[in-house]
Structure formats: C-alpha cells, structure tokens
Write a protein that binds this ligand. Structure first.
Ligand SMILES: Cc1cc2nc3c(=O)[nH]c(=O)nc-3n(C[C@H](O)[C@H](O)[C@H](O)COP(=O)(O)OP(=O)(O)OC[C@H]3O[C@@H](n4cnc5c(N)ncnc54)[C@H](O)[C@@H]3O)c2cc1C
Length: 373
C-alpha cells in the first residue's frame, strides 16, 4: 500500500515516458524545454538504460554505399533520400541538444572497406541522389590512403563519407540523463512497466520493481521501448535484432582515425581509448540474432575475432578484453514507428541499426504527436 505522501507526490504526471534510451530521454528533455510546467517521469526497467542506447558503437553514420545499395533492393530512391535526411537531421539535433564536447563528437569521417573492383563505380550515382541532403558531395574514393592503414591486402578500395563521425556513447547517454535531472524530470530505474490500461483518463500504468507493484497515472504515456514494445503493444511490425560487440585490450601505438564499415554495413569498427571496438555480423546468423536475450553468439564472435586478426590488424597481436550485446528493432519497413496507439498512449519503436543517428530527430516527431492530441 502506498502512503498518502507517495500518492500525492510520486504517482501522477502530465507525461510518463517508458524507456530511458536515447529516444525516451531526448523526448523528455525536449518536451520539458517546450513545456516548462509539465510534470514528467521516465520509467526504466534497468539499473540504467538497458536496450541499445548504452550498448552501441557510437557511429554518427548515414549509410555507406554498399548499405544504400542493399536498401535500394527494398526501398525506392525517394525513401532512401528521406531516410538519409532523417539520419543527418537526427545527428544535427543531438549535437545541438547536448553540444559536441559533451558527446565527444569527432568529425573523423566514415570509411567503407571495399573488396570488389567495382566498389567505387556507384560513387557518382549516390552523390547525385543525396545532393540535397548534405552540404556537398558526401562520398569520395580515397583508395590511395590505404597505405596509411594497417589493413589486410584483401582491402582494395576505400570510400570516404566526409560527414560521418563518432561519438562517445557513454558520455552522450550520461549527458542526456544529467540534462533530464537538471530539468526536474523524475527518472525511476529498476521499474518495469508490466501493464497499461489504455482507455482510462488518466492512463494507469502498472510497474514492478524488486520490492513492490506501483500504479502510476499520467495524462499521456509515450512508450519509447523500441525492440521491447511488443509485450505492451502487440501487433506492431517489429522484430528484435541482436548486435554483438567486442572491445580489445589497449593496443600500443594504435594510430587509426575514423569510423569503418564493410560487408554492406553489417560489420563495423572504430578506435576508442587506444582500443578497437568492433561489432556486427548479424547477417551470419540472422535467425539466432532475432532475439530479445542479451546473449553471446559464438558463430559471430569467432568471425569478429578472425576479422580483427586477419583483416583489420594483420600481424599485430591483439587481446580481446570483453564483449557485450545490445538489442535493436527492425521490421518490414525501414522507417521508425512513431504513432498514436490509443487516445493518450503513443509509441516509438523500430529504430533500426542507426537509431543513435535518428533518435533525437524522432523525438521531435513524437513531440509533435503529443502536442497535436
Ligand atoms: C551493438 C549495437 C551497435 C549499434 N551501433 C549504432 C551506431 O553506431 N550508430 C547508430 O546510429 N545506431 C547504432 N545502434 C542502434 C541504436 O543503438 C538504437 O537504434 C537506439 O539506441 C535505439 O534507441 P531507443 O531509445 O529507441 O531504444 P533503447 O535504447 O533500446 O531503449 C529502450 C529502453 O526501454 C527500456 N524498457 C523496455 N521495456 C521496458 C518496460 N516494460 N518497462 C520499463 N522500461 C522498459 C529498456 O530497458 C531500454 O532502456 C546500435 C545498436 C546495437 C545493439
């Protein structure tokens, strides 16, 4: 039973956001700035955000040529342009919201490693397609720079995306949490939402923590639960996609700058703190990785270690320090779901593999829905 004090001081809000990933936190911060008197709470099941936003690689990325080529099999040119715009707008929003220093944004460029002699033939086409998205042509061939990189001779082309970069994922998420706290947004962690009662006003939302069940109430609820949304809202076009990541031990004299992709964007790596962070490989076991469980996948981890030793740093002895997983959300459409689910319940999900790039922009789309109710 709740006390009188708990009932009057902790339970009722104008807006409750479920999930403290990049989308939930950006929405809370931006909404509060626009509506300073609104009372807002975020309910998060983990000790800290526990989906994808603290698990990712920190690429400020917009799609490499082979990835866009892959997307073109399923999407129209107009859809590709719109998606790329969303990614570029999202990163600009994130930088504006938190500042480059707080997120350690580094405009180091994105580089696609090519293994196929025809890899560069499409640069001109994609620069034309995206000419209204970026300030100038994004892609250029920089194969001659390969001599400066330690990669295997199997890499025969290098294509640069001049507007891509990296962020420090941990600093970015900490900074979002700090910003939310400064604005008086309550964040309850270890608090899993188990049930929503849709048709009441205010909406009732039942949560469990290790100690008790609590029923919160709010005029509006936004589910920012990405891959985990189906347990609260069935019938969404949503499929989980797990991602595996490895971080190496420090590597003496590692002189590498940039963010790197290969195999249609499925594989990626970057330097951080004199280490290499590498991940991906979901295409190697797609059905195994269609999972909400945070578990390693040896098929993929073995391939990542092989790539590290034989493709990225051949001839250099490198130790792996640790590995982890994060859960993304995909579906038939590549666009995120941002929609009203009932009178005062809203949902954002299916952020895909570039949710850090689009997250802060998607928050604006959600706020527009909340405001037009
Ligand atoms: C390994 C990996 C690498 C990636 N690399 C990049 C990259 O380099 N660049 C990029 O742009 N994107 C990348 N992404 C994708 C990006 O991280 C995600 O798309 C993005 O973080 C999704 O943000 P979100 O806020 O929608 O979801 P999440 O971060 O998953 O947040 C959802 C939150 O909801 C909480 N939650 C769920 N259910 C409940 C419940 N019932 N009650 C309470 N809380 C709940 C979860 O604990 C979680 O904290 C990567 C993802 C992974 C996994």
């Amino acid at each position: 039973m709740l006390s009188y004090w708990e009932n009057v001081s902790f339970i009722n809000y104008d807006l409750i956001i479920v999930g403290s990933g990049i989308v939930g936190l950006s929405t809370a911060v931006k909404y509060k700035k626009r509506h300073p008197s609104a009372t807002i709470a975020i309910l998060e099941r983990g000790v800290f955000p526990s989906g994808a936003s603290t698990k990712n690689a920190g690429f400020a990325c917009f799609g490499s040529i082979s990835e866009l080529e892959d997307d073109l099999q399923e999407c129209s040119e107009d859809e590709i342009v719109a998606l790329t715009e969303k990614r570029y707008r999202g990163i600009s929003e994130l930088r504006k919201l938190l500042g480059d220093e707080a997120i350690q944004f580094e405009p180091v460029g994105g580089f696609e490693l090519g293994f196929d002699p025809s890899a560069c033939d499409r640069i001109h086409y994609y620069n034309g397609l995206l000419e209204n998205v970026f300030p100038s042509a994004p892609f250029s061939e920089v194969t001659e720079d390969l001599k400066n990189y330690p990669f295997s001779k199997k890499v025969i082309h290098l294509i640069k995306h001049q507007f891509e970069g990296t962020i420090h994922t941990g600093k970015m998420m900490r900074s979002l949490i700090d910003r939310a706290s400064e604005l008086g947004i309550r964040i309850y962690t270890g608090c899993e939402v188990k049930q929503l009662e849709f048709d009441t006003n205010p909406v009732r939302i039942s949560t469990v923590s290790s100690q008790q069940t609590v029923e919160f109430r709010a005029s509006q609820i936004a589910l920012c639960t990405n891959a985990f949304s189906s347990s609260l809202l069935p019938n969404l076009d949503l499929e989980p996609g797990r991602g595996q990541v490895i971080i190496t031990k420090p590597i003496p004299n590692l002189n590498l700058q940039g963010s790197f992709h290969y195999h249609r964007g499925y594989h990626y790596f970057r330097p951080i703190d004199n280490r290499i962070l590498l991940g991906g490989g979901r295409q190697l076991d797609k059905s195994g990785e269609t999972s909400l469980a945070f578990e390693p996948n040896d098929i993929i981890l073995d391939q990542l270690k092989d790539d590290l030793q034989n493709l990225i740093l051949p001839g250099i002895e490198v130790g792996v320090e640790s590995n982890w997983t994060g859960i993304m959300a995909f579906g038939k459409s590549k666009n995120p779901i941002v929609k009203k689910a009932s009178e005062n319940v809203f949902v954002v999900a299916r952020l895909g593999g570039m949710g850090i790039s689009i997250g802060a922009g998607v928050a604006d789309d959600l706020i527009q829905l909340l405001e037009t109710q």
